[in-house]
Design a protein around this ligand. Structure first.
Ligand code: ADP
Length: 818
């Protein structure tokens, strides 16, 4: 039942009942008032008739007194009663007039009567008598009760009362004509008067009075019944009101209450259901992530290991495809997982201090090979005025930037991709803006808003050139939102796009000190030769922030001229930064020319190249290049390189081979061990103490671990479950334990707890690194909470694993083992 229906229903009922109630009240009260008025009328006329009877009595009484007095005269005293007779007559006449006026109400009739009365000796009532009596004055306009009217006009008895009263008055007036009341004529008048009064007037008046009394009693009775009926009607109406309005109202209110209660109960049930569905969903996701990452770990790890073996070109290509497809698949899995986590509100930001410049350089490094493949220019600029370190979730920050930069590279075929980091700082709060500008295909204006929606792609056709899930920007925009920031995009179709996000970050005061060049090289002259103006600007900005004296030239020819001139005026340049890819004269050519001129031959040269220019290393050595750096260059690496080549040059060793960065040693080809060799009792490597204990149940992963550990030359053992791991830890006392989390019999957490318990007696502490395929937030905390020291998520790359072992048991241990 909707609220509207209830309200309308109640309003309708209320109006109907109130209208009925009002109508009943009006009719009832009207009837009562009418009845009361009727009763009052009876009282008035009763009083008038009574007054008429009194006046008639007085007339008769005083006439008798006059007669008595004339029969027994007292000497010297006039006959008394005459004045009283006149007064009684006046009252009688007044009453007569009032009743006449009320009965006829017709002026013409009254006037003709008055003329008749004058002719018969009837005197006009004087104003003082009639008008001054309020009873008589109030009666004039009243309607005469029927019983009074009938007798007054003679409709019942034949002779009307009015003419009898008139007769009484004219007989009494006739007494005035006599001087002697003892005369026979006078005595006859007295006798007539008495007979008239006794026989014709007084009984009639009595009859009127009785009938008025009866009517009044009847009227009171009606009034009584009326009152009773009205109060009954009111009671009934109230009852009806209660029944028709309050009862349904109460019913409906209680039903609404019940509905509300039911709705709340079902809502709560739905909520619990939704929450448990959410939990199930995220558990499912975590499990799926585990299930997918575990085999992926095998595929990726083995492929990486395979890549290190002796392969012919075709085999290398196959492995390359496996690694690339695996990486792409992992990206998609991560995207789906991330989006589900954000959607389920499960993603929490993990704030920690981080270096902004390094985070951006990490992002640039990630896409650098793709940039080189597409022959694009990737330019990174971080405002040197910004503090070095901030507090925030660096992983998520990198994720946003990687997505935007990845898209920029993906959708750009020629030109450049610029990553520009700027911002404002006030106190310890900063607003950092990362702007990613590309010169790619651009986005049509009507699609610009939609690209932030999940699964949205500008080109969603099956023939589209670019791969992708359409989740990247949706994730990025939600992450920016979670960081209380904003993400915007502008684009011109065919010209390029600019995505920029701004997020508030806390300045990390503890690590705010900027890097500067060591004192002995600060102020040194560094010269840049690069054809790209943005690159030149950024390099100069960086060099200035390190307090170098710097300048730049846009081509090899200008650069050479500048160097020559500076040598002539003895303003020797201390270092030249050379871009390799330039029109007309490339970096190697310029280097050769610099080295060929004795005036400039001693200047150390740093060459900037794109990653895929593999043969440049050899070329650089031939041209006397002191160091070579891949673009985009990490600022810390650039500074270190410049400083080291300048210091080497100053030590008189400029251009020597020692200053060249040695290429990383290629690991020895790996040997794949057979499952038999991976037996639990087997120990790899030289005899002696155990370096690594691996707790891992999955056979493929055991293989990956054994290959990596073999390649590192470490002594290790593999336990197939947590329980065996605890026993082997006690027996072999390894330097480090790599602990898988999901294992049969005893999982990684339980095994760690058991190991820590066993260690509690001694002061010994074995580093335990949790290895988990669960990528949900909280795993890290769970691992640390269970007593582990670090955490690695699958798929495990050989490099990551080596770094982790190196971190915990140190280089010495590794070297000693080897
Ligand atoms: P995808 O995985 O498909 O790249 P994204 O959410 O990252 O998903 O991007 C959604 C769509 O937005 C892309 O498919 C593409 O059409 C468009 N887009 C994003 N970045 C750019 C860019 N820099 N230049 C041109 N189009 C872009």
């Amino acid at each position: 039942m909707s609220t509207v229906v209830t309200q309308q229903y109640m309003r309708g009922r209320l109006i109907a009942v109130i209208a009925g109630f009002a109508a009943a009240m009006v009719v009832g009260v009207g009837l009562l008032l009418w009845q009361i008025e009727d009763t009052k009328n009876h009282v008035r006329f009763g009083a008038l008739v009574g007054s008429m009877a009194d006046a008639t009595n007085d007339v008769i009484h005083n006439a008798l007194r006059l007669e008595q007095a004339s029969l027994q005269p007292v000497a010297g005293k006039p006959a008394s009663g005459h004045a009283e007779l006149k007064a009684a007559l006046t009252r009688l006449q007044g009453a007569y007039h009032a009743l006449e006026l009320a009965t006829h109400g017709d002026v013409t009739t009254l006037e003709s009567q008055r003329i008749t009365q004058q002719q018969t000796g009837w005197r006009d009532s004087d104003a003082s008598g009639e008008a001054s009596d309020p009873l008589i004055a109030g009666i004039a306009e009243r309607s005469v009760p029927a019983s009074v009217r009938r007798i007054w006009v003679g409709a019942e008895t034949g002779t009307p009362l009015r003419s009898r009263i008139r007769d009484v008055v004219s007989l009494a007036n006739r007494l005035d004509l006599f001087n002697d009341y003892r005369s026979a004529a006078a005595r006859r008048v007295f006798a007539d008067l008495q007979i008239l009064a006794d026989r014709d007037v007084r009984p009639v008046l009595k009859r009127i009075s009785d009938s008025l009394d009866r009517e009044m009693i009847g009227s009171y009775g009606t009034l009584q019944w009326g009152l009773l009926s009205v109060s009954l009607a009111i009671t009934l109406a109230s009852l009806l009101f209660g029944l028709r309005v309050f009862v349904p109202m109460m019913n409906r209110v209680s039903k609404a209450h019940q509905d509300l209660h039911d709705a709340n109960v079902s809502l709560a049930a739905e909520k619990i259901k939704a929450q448990s569905a959410d939990r199930t969903k995220s558990e499912f996701l975590a499990n799926m992530s585990h299930e997918i990452r575990t085999p992926m770990n095998g595929v990726m790890g083995m492929a990486e290991l395979l890549a290190r073996t002796d392969l012919d070109q075709r085999q290398s290509m196959f492995v390359d495809v496996i690694v690339k497809s695996g990486t792409a698949l992992l990206t998609i899995i991560n995207d789906i997982l991330d989006f589900s986590k954000i959607d389920a509100g499960q993603l929490k930001l993990d704030k920690a201090p981080f270096r902004l410049g390094e985070a951006i350089e990490d992002v640039a490094a990630l896409v650098s090979s793709r940039v080189a493949e597409k022959d694009l220019e990737l330019i990174v600029r971080v405002d040197p005025e910004l503090p070095l370190s901030f507090i925030g979730d660096v992983g998520r920050f990198r994720q946003i930037a990687t997505n935007l930069v990845g898209n920029a590279v993906k959708f750009t075929e020629r030109g450049h991709v610029l990553i520009d980091v700027s911002g404002t700082v006030s106190g310890d709060r900063a607003e950092v803006t990362v702007r990613i500008e590309d010169t790619g295909i651009g986005i049509p204006q009507d699609k610009l808003g939609a690209v932030f929606e999940k699964f949205a792609q500008v080109d969603a056709s099956s023939t589209r050139r670019h791969e992708g899930t359409g989740l990247g920007l949706a994730i990025a925009s939600r992450l920016v939102e979670m960081m209380d920031g904003s993400l915007h995009a502008t684009s011109v179709l065919g010209k390029g796009s600019t995505f920029s996000f701004t997020i508030p970050l806390t300045v990390d005061e503890a690590n705010a000190a900027p890097k500067t060049a060591p004192v002995d090289v600060s102020g040194a002259r560094v010269f840049v030769i690069d054809d790209n103006p943005i690159n030149r600007d950024i390099l100069l900005e960086q060099l200035k922030s390190w307090r170098f004296d710097c300048a730049a030239a846009e081509s090899g020819a200008i650069g050479l001229a500048f160097l020559k001139r500076s040598a002539e005026i003895d303003a020797r340049v201390d270092c030249v930064i050379l871009d390799y890819q330039m029109p007309d004269m490339n970096g190697a050519d310029v280097a050769r020319r610099i080295k060929a001129d004795p005036a400039t031959a001693g200047i150390p040269l740093v060459l900037l190249t794109s990653v895929d220019q593999a043969d440049v290393g050899k070329l650089a050595a031939e041209c006397g290049i002191a160091a070579q750096l891949n673009k985009p260059t990490r600022s810390s690496a650039l500074l270190e390189t410049i400083v080291s080549v300048m210091q080497a040059a100053r030590a008189g060793d400029a251009g020597s081979e020692a200053a060249l960065q040695p290429p990383p040693p290629r690991p020895a080809p790996l040997r794949i061990s057979t499952p038999m060799e991976r037996g639990l009792a087997s120990t790899r490597g030289p005899r002696g103490g155990l370096d690594v204990l691996v707790a891992e149940d999955n056979e493929v992963n055991q293989l990956v671990f054994s290959q990596v550990l073999d390649s590192l030359g470490l002594r290790y053992r593999i336990a197939a479950n947590g329980k065996t791991a605890v026993e082997m830890h006690r027996a072999f006392q390894p330097k480090i334990v790599l602990m898988d989390i999901s294992m049969p019999e005893m999982n990684g957490y339980e095994a760690t707890a058991a190991i820590r318990q066993a260690e509690a007696a001694s002061s010994h502490h074995t580093p335990i690194v949790g290895i988990t395929a669960h990528a949900l937030k909280g795993d890290r905390e769970k691992c640390l909470g269970a007593g582990m020291d670090d955490y690695l998520s699958k798929p495990i790359s050989p490099q990551k694993l080596a770094d982790m072992i190196h971190r915990w048991i140190g280089e010495k241990a590794l070297a000693a083992s080897a």
